[in-house]
Write a protein that binds this ligand. Structure first.
Ligand code: GLN
Length: 234
């Protein structure tokens, strides 16, 4: 089995170490004997269309809008999703894959439209702190992450969230957190999120590979995930 992971613009979209999600995925895929290639896409480089798994991280408002402009012009990510690729997008990444979001000066602009999710900014204070989530996918344990965002994201009626907020803000609408629409997954969980939730990393790998994985436990990764869960779930 082989897997091509495409990490898009991590210099622009890499706050809170979201680029580390790639390392977690590579480690866990290799542990199952999967042959993994990581393609690092920098601004100005074409986004390959034949990847299996595309990663986007968080970023400040300026780099976020710049990344969106580049991705719209390139078209590669949209084409890859139309061909069935999996996307895991965090925070600013989650906002840009949605339908609309605030751009320069707060003006609402079109996102990539890969998921039905509209981001707005209102008078609410910035959402900063630990996030605890009951995942929609019942085979996953409680998920944790760190959130830091001004935007709030309203996912469409009938669109499946990644989970329900047990503590923290998440999307900021109806206690939902993130989105899981087809093979496109969005979340507000930094950490990096997949280091804190190895089971979610495996679910994303299974989506990208189109097959179930054999079980694998990395004791060090599991200890980190467990420590965060036991500290936050009271
Ligand atoms: N700039 C976006 C916001 O504040 C995303 C922030 C982030 O990625 N951490 O909502």
């Amino acid at each position: 089995m082989s897997l091509v992971i495409v990490r898009i613009y991590h210099d622009l979209l890499g706050t809170y170490g979201d680029q580390g999600n790639a390392e977690v995925l590579i480690h866990r895929a290799k542990a199952r004997g999967v042959d993994v290639e990581l393609v690092e896409v920098t601004p100005g480089m074409a986004i390959p269309r034949q990847g299996n798994l595309y990663l986007l991280g968080g970023g400040e408002d300026g780099p976020q809008t710049a990344s969106l402009d580049l991705m719209k012009e390139d078209g590669g990510l949209t084409a890859a999703v139309q061909s069935g690729a999996t996307v895991f997008a965090v925070c600013a990444g989650f906002q840009v894959i949605g339908t609309t979001l605030p751009g320069h000066g707060g003006k609402i602009i079109d996102g990539l439209g890969l998921v039905d999710a509209k981001t707005i900014v209102n008078a609410a204070p910035r959402s900063v702190g630990e996030l605890v989530v009951q995942p929609t996918n019942k085979s996953l344990p409680i998920l944790t992450g760190f959130e830091n965002h001004q935007g709030l994201t309203d996912i469409g009626d009938g669109v499946t969230p990644l989970g329900q907020v047990l503590s923290g803000v998440g999307n900021g609408f109806n206690k939902t957190e993130g989105v899981w629409q087809g093979n496109v997954i969005g979340t507000y969980m930094h950490g990096p999120g997949l280091a804190r939730n190895p089971e979610l990393a495996d679910a994303i790998l299974e989506s990208a590979l189109g097959t179930k994985l054999t079980s694998f436990t990395d004791p060090f990764a599991q200890a980190l995930a467990n420590e965060r869960r036991s500290t936050l779930i009271r």
